[in-house]
Design a protein around this ligand. Sequence first.
Ligand SMILES: Nc1nc2c(c(=O)[nH]1)N=C([C@H](O)[C@H](O)COP(=O)(O)OP(=O)(O)OP(=O)(O)O)CN2
Ligand SMILES: [Zn+2]
Length: 119
Amino acid sequence: MFYVSKEFLFDAAHNLISYKGKCEKLHGHTYKLVVTVCGERDDEGILLDFLILKKVVKEKVLNILDHSYINEIIPQPSAENIAEWIWKQLEEDLKGKNYRLYEVKVYETPTSYVTYRKD
Ligand SMILES: Nc1nc2c(c(=O)[nH]1)N=C([C@H](O)[C@H](O)COP(=O)(O)OP(=O)(O)OP(=O)(O)O)CN2
Ligand SMILES: [Zn+2]
């Protein structure tokens, strides 16, 4: 089994509702997103072209979330909920004969991140 990943950055604002602490206030992050697909190589020796992965993530995720107020899209935008939303946005488009979506990682800061896999 092979794993193919690509990293992306997007800037967005959010606030956590009913959160007792600083994150209840409006603030922003440069989020890092890591999308991983898994599967086997095709006849060209490629699982999924990085260019296709970039195009799908740009269309289905970055065009919506970048420079957004995420609460307008995801009502309680914890990193966990953002990761699940991204998974749903990508799952169908990243399904091929030889590969499928494996994992979504969302970093709020360089040291705080969430990993989502639909097991
Ligand atoms: N499990 C989660 N915990 C927290 C979330 C979350 O989405 N899931 N979100 C927040 C806040 O949004 C906050 O902006 C991030 O908090 P934190 O990592 O503490 O931010 P810092 O700037 O303090 O991070 P450092 O990299 O440690 O400086 C809180 N918790
Ligand atoms: Zn935050």
